[in-house]
Design a binder for this molecule. Structure first.
Ligand code: SAH
Ligand code: SF4
Ligand code: F3S
Length: 434
């Protein structure tokens, strides 16, 4: 029997791809193991979005080789694989296989060739990776199911590798999406789905749009919560907000990455909206759904970002009062258009800006979390808390992570419970079962 282990970096899309690879391999008699010493095959499902993430792979492969020698098969899949293709064989001696994001359905073939002592590389733009049958996806005891509705991106924001790692946009037929969701409900008792796409708003299959997907998914019996990721502000419109507002199941949580508050920088980034347009969309969203939980991504120190541009970003964050922000220092990526931009920002200024932004957001979050204290929320229980085994952890509709005393214990995993928030910090919320 061949034992395998998959390590996953990056976003939900990669998690989902790892579930697909694990499922395919298990259905062919391969055995998944937890301990690295037990694995005959290591699969590193990689992220390339920032330089640091991509670099980690080389260190990680080095560590595995040093520990276990050449006896183990090592394969690189995912975004670094797509981005670098067969260059990886030059950079990593004794690498066994490389599979791009759109080739993960070939995982069994790659391993079989490696077992014969041959290398294997496929980074072409297949579509079969989107047609993997629901029964072949290993859901890993997760209480939430990731369901991809589209792959790839046509936006080419000037800083971003994703259009190069996940290819052009392709949407899945609605019937396949519905079938996969129904399967996860019937077989795993799934109550929450997260619809995935780099830009879900540009979903288009035979004239059906993202709104049609939401409306049809909303009708599925047994489902309680629907989330989606990611919305591009340029395509986020009133019709969509109306669908969200009137649905009982679609979570009132929206991730709407602004990236920068300066029109000059937004233009250089190729984001195709202005700060004013972004503010209008947030106002429109809040007019329909005043309680909406809103999060965003920001990049600081993009080439050409002057102090006044950064202050415009801070001003935007101040105006909007986000519930959560994912913030990053600009990281130059191969093949992207921003590489040609001049006026790079010195690292110490980049660090300072990131620090200022994050400190401000910590304060906002601390206040928002304080406001939640004493209130009762419905929480979908996800797992036993990693830090304290007597606690459970779960999420509110607004995607807030809540830790609470286990009480009746693990049998609550996968269930909805009511939790009263009793204390908080800017990063966490603690509660008790009611
Ligand atoms: N499809 C999503 C983004 C995926 S990447 C969207 O359009 O929002 C997730 C986040 O990583 C981006 O929103 C951006 O904030 C950040 N990011 C992407 N490329 C980056 C780079 N080169 N340097 C720093 N941050 C980057
Ligand atoms: Fe990257 Fe922009 Fe596409 Fe998002 S929309 S994946 S940031 S190119
Ligand atoms: Fe996701 Fe990283 Fe690829 S963020 S799409 S795994 S580059």
């Amino acid at each position: 029997m061949v034992n395998f282990k998959i390590e996953t970096w990056g976003c939900q899309m990669n998690e989902y791809d790892s579930q697909k690879m694990a499922g395919i391999l298990k259905s062919r008699g391969y055995n998944e193991v937890e301990k690295e010493e037990d694995a005959d095959v290591f699969i590193l499902n990689t992220c390339s979005v920032r330089e640091k993430a991509a670099h980690k792979i080389f260190t990680r492969v080095g560590v595995i080789r040093k520990k276990f020698g050449k006896g183990k098969i090592i394969g690189i899949t995912g975004c670094v694989a797509s981005h670098e293709a067969d260059n990886l064989f030059k950079k990593i001696p004794n690498l066994n296989f490389v599979l791009g994001t759109r080739s993960i359905h070939l995982i069994k073939d790659a391993i079989e060739e490696a077992l014969k002592g041959k290398t294997f590389c496929d980074t072409s733009d297949h579509e079969e990776n989107l047609n993997i049958k629901p029964e072949q996806i290993d859901r890993k005891k997760m209480v939430k199911a990731y369901i991809s509705i589209m792959e790839g991106c046509n936006n080419f924001c000037t800083y971003c590798v994703v259009p190069y790692t996940r290819g052009r946009e392709v949407s899945r037929p609605i019937e396949d999406i519905i079938e996969e969701i129904k399967y996860t409900i019937e077989h795993y008792g799934i109550k929450e789905v997260e619809l995935l796409g780099q830009n879900v708003n540009s979903y288009n299959y035979n004239g059906k749009t993202f709104k049609d997907v939401l409306i049809e998914v909303d009708r599925i019996k047994g489902l309680k919560r629907i989330r989606f990721l990611t919305s591009h502000p340029k395509d986020f419109d009133e019709e969509l907000v109306k669908v969200i507002a009137t649905s009982e199941k679609i979570c009132k949580y929206i991730h709407l990455p602004m990236q920068s508050g300066s029109n000059k920088i937004l233009k250089l980034m190729g984001r195709k909206y202005t700060r004013e347009e972004y503010f209008e969309k947030i106002d429109m969203l809040r007019s329909y759904i005043p309680e909406a939980v809103i999060s965003s991504d920001f990049i600081v120190a993009f080439p050409g970002e002057e102090e006044e541009d950064f202050l415009l970003t801070m001003d935007a964050i101040h105006r909007i009062q986000y519930d959560n922000i994912f913030s990053f220092k600009y990281s130059p990526r191969p093949k992207t258009a921003a590489l040609r931009l001049k006026n790079e920002i010195p690292p110490e200024i980049a660090d300072k800006r990131l620090f200022v932004l994050q400190k401000y957001q910590e304060k906002v979050q601390a206040i928002k979390h304080k406001e939640m204290e004493g209130k009762i929320y419905e929480v979908l229980v996800e797992s036993v808390s990693k830090r304290d085994k007597t606690r459970l952890t779960g999420r509110t509709e607004g995607n807030h992570v809540v830790n609470f005393e286990a009480g009746r214990g693990e049998n609550l995993i996968g269930r909805f419970v009511k939790v009263k928030i009793i204390s908080s910090t800017f990063t966490s919320l603690k509660g008790i079962l009611v």
